[in-house]
Design a protein around this ligand. Structure first.
Ligand SMILES: [Zn+2]
Length: 478
């Protein structure tokens, strides 16, 4: 006979896993908003496996300034797998559209002397990754490879002004442009690093689903998108720092904003960093500037689905999370966004909900009937973790596109190989904020208008430097 663990023992095991996850929270990588003056350095090319000279004399890294003002390399950091890393300790100006050559040796490369000889970075000839961080520690670019071409540089970003630059500028415009009409719905899956922050704009209404891991990263995007006065609704999916930390920016005295309504599940947060946010919310509730809702009763009348109608006609269904479960991820509030023309665009977002919550969505919740789980776009649960996706889930949502929000360098192995394999098996492409920057979805809101997706850079189905297979029990057999 096979002994099955009691439900209680099982819960404790899951809680243990959650606590382990939280213990790692301090090491989370941070991604960053692009466009800041002098912060637009990127990796142009990398010679990982030179053939005419030894690796210690022939490896080099070429950086490019994709911005419109000069960038100073002072304080920037390079990191690669299992290496000490290197911080630039002197000022080197890179002109707009210009490049700078960094090398392991002072020997000339392609006839040019390197501007800088670095230490602490060895570029692997097998699998390796390279990350470029600005002086604030924000990841600005990254590149991963498995088996680089021998004797040939890996091309990453175009280094000179060619056709590609025009596309980048168009992407930047498409990313930050506000809705063009009263009905247009714009969804930004913001590049805020290892966490979730999704900004929704429609007809003058602004909604934020989660705030990401870093208040400065969220603040930069609020500035870039000219979100200054009011956020009509904030929905915190669950009480993990990579979803709520950034929300502090909304209540900062430096940024006088009004948050009209906020939904959260009211769970006691096990993470000390939550300290202060409930007090802040309580103060705003007392001052009648923010109405705080309990997502276990999202409408306040016992119904499990509460619907917000935005000023341009888009609807947001806020759903009661799975009850009686200890795992904070499985307590994620699911949200379904329906465009003004529902046939053109729908999106399903369920925070970090894992397999148990997904099964509950399918069965006891009733959400397959109302509001219905089918959606054109699925926000990947749990940053592309294998425990946030299953064949069942993709059969229920049937998305045409997956968008994942994560940091290029993360301690969790996101995106997991099994998650990507599951999306691939269903023929669903993905974009991911660590490789594509902010992902912007637009639907005009008119009948048959469809939707468009724009990313700041890169192509679909990218791999990231932290991607790996997960060996967690939840994903056994995936
Ligand atoms: Zn998360």
């Amino acid at each position: 006979m096979k002994l099955l663990p009691s439900p209680l023992a099982r819960s404790h095991r899951r809680l243990g896993r959650t606590l382990l996850l939280l213990a790692l929270a301090g090491c989370r990588g941070r991604g960053g908003a692009s466009g800041a003056a002098g912060r637009d350095l990127a990796i142009a090319r990398v010679m990982a496996d030179p053939t005419t000279v030894a690796d210690d004399r022939g490896e080099w890294i070429e950086l490019t300034n994709t911005g419109t003002v000069a960038a100073d390399l002072f304080g920037w950091e390079l990191r690669s797998a299992n290496d000490a890393g290197y911080v630039v300790h002197r000022s080197i100006l890179v002109p707009p559209r210009g490049t700078v050559l960094l090398a392991r040796s002072a020997d000339a490369v392609r006839g040019a002397r390197p501007a800088l000889v670095y230490t602490g970075i060895i570029l692997g000839n097998g699998a390796d990754w390279l990350v470029l961080r600005d002086p604030d520690g924000t990841t600005r670019d990254s590149l991963a490879w498995r088996s680089p071409p021998r004797g040939v540089a890996l091309e990453h970003r175009r280094a000179t002004a060619e056709a590609g630059d025009v596309r980048v500028q168009e992407n930047a415009r498409a990313t930050i442009a506000p809705p063009a009409t009263a009905r247009e719905l714009v969804v930004h899956v913001l590049d805020v690093g290892q966490g979730d922050a999704i900004l929704i704009q429609n007809g003058g209404s602004t909604v934020l689903v989660d705030g990401g891991p870093d208040r400065r990263a969220l603040g930069r995007w609020l500035d870039a998108l000219h979100v200054r006065d009011t956020i009509d609704a904030v929905i915190l999916s669950h009480v993990h720092g990579d979803h709520f930390e950034g929300l502090r920016e909304l209540f900062s005295s430096r940024r006088p904003m009004t948050v009209r309504e906020l939904w959260w599940n009211g769970d006691a947060a096990p993470n000390f960093t939550f300290t202060g946010l409930p007090d802040t919310l309580a103060a705003h509730t007392r001052a009648r500037t923010t109405t705080v809702h309990d997502t276990d009763d999202p409408c306040g009348d016992g119904r499990s689905v509460c619907t917000l109608v935005l000023k341009g006609g888009a609807r947001l269904h806020i759903m009661r999370p799975m009850p009686d479960v200890l795992d904070e991820n499985d307590r994620s509030t699911a949200v379904k966004l329906v465009g003004p023309d529902s046939a053109s665009f729908t999106m399903w977002l369920a925070g970090d909900a894992e397999h148990d919550a997904i099964r509950w969505f399918q069965t006891a919740s009733g959400y397959t009937r109302a509001p219905g789980m089918h959606a054109d776009v699925l926000k990947a649960n749990h940053h592309g973790s294998c425990d946030g996706v299953s064949d069942l889930y993709l059969d229920l949502v049937r998305p045409a596109l997956v968008v994942a929000s994560l940091g290029a360098v993360n301690d969790y192995g996101h995106m997991h190989a099994q998650a990507k394999a599951t999306y691939a098996r269903h023929g669903i492409p993905w974009y991911r904020t660590d490789q594509n920057g902010t992902i912007t979805l637009r639907t005009p809101g008119t009948p048959g208008g469809g939707y468009t997706v724009t990313v700041e850079r890169g192509a679909a189905n990218a791999i990231g430097p932290s991607d790996r297979k997960s060996y967690q029990p939840d994903c056994a057999g995936m």
